[in-house]
Design a protein around this ligand. Structure first.
Ligand code: URA
Length: 229
């Protein structure tokens, strides 16, 4: 693929802007500055640098973000900045978008991708992709509350009960819970339905992927499809 096309597909601006980056000596591969926009480069395992920052060439990008509180998962946020503002411009330019949504006050693992097929697969209700949350609650979480979450609760506006697939008490007021649906405020509503109240919500896993301890709040990393499914 021509170098200009590489930069263009990876979100570095218009073709004209990408050409500018190259002819101005801002792009290197294997420590060598490449100034010819039409030079052919192999994209397999390619790592190129723009202004010294390394980027892997990725046909589709999948990103794991450790979402802080105070950010909205919408492209057009209303009350708070968008989670997209936590990502570098090339990722925003190539159109990565959140896979499902976390509430503004929910923290933890948010997956974003520009792979429309993957996004559909990860959010389709029939796929039952598991999401695990660490939930802090107002009142002591009783055995009976946990049991009810596993048995299923009715939420307003839903005609089927929704159930957790896994629950585990961590401390008196902290437990983990996995669900496979992605209904609006689902965890908060399920916890309310068993007579408690969510104080803090942190997503620790999505599909097979667990939020790495090494990824601080507000930071992101690339992941592979195989890490998720
Ligand atoms: N359930 C909620 O209530 N909120 C979230 O952000 C995610 C799941």
């Amino acid at each position: 693929m021509q170098l200009e096309q590489v930069l263009f597909t990876q979100g570095f601006g218009t073709r004209h802007e990408c050409r500018g980056l190259i002819v101005n000596g801002r792009v290197s591969v294997n420590n060598e500055i490449l100034r010819d926009p039409y030079q052919e480069v192999q994209t397999a395992d390619l790592i190129f640098c723009v202004d010294g920052t390394p980027w892997p060439y990725l046909e589709k990008a999948i990103v794991a973000l450790n979402k802080p509180a105070g950010y909205e998962c919408s492209r057009k946020p209303i009350h708070h900045p968008s989670v997209l503002s936590l990502l570098p411009a090339p990722l925003r330019n190539r159109g990565v978008q959140p896979v499902g949504r976390l509430d503004e006050d929910t923290t933890g693992l948010l997956i974003l991708t520009d792979d429309g097929v993957l996004l559909h697969r990860l959010t389709h209700p029939k796929r039952h992709v598991s999401k695990t949350y660490r939930v802090g609650v107002k009142h002591v979480m009783t055995e009976s509350m946990l049991q009810k979450l596993l048995e299923g609760v009715f939420l307003a506006g839903e005609n089927q009960p929704v159930a957790a697939t896994h629950v585990q008490l961590i401390e008196e007021r902290i437990f983990e819970m996995s669900i496979t649906q992605g209904k609006y405020h689902q965890v908060k509503r399920m916890v309310a339905a068993v007579g408690n109240r969510v104080h803090s919500l942190h997503r620790v896993a999505f599909g097979k992927f667990s939020l790495p301890d090494t990824l601080p709040s507000s930071r992101w990393c690339f992941i592979n499809k195989e890490d998720l499914l």
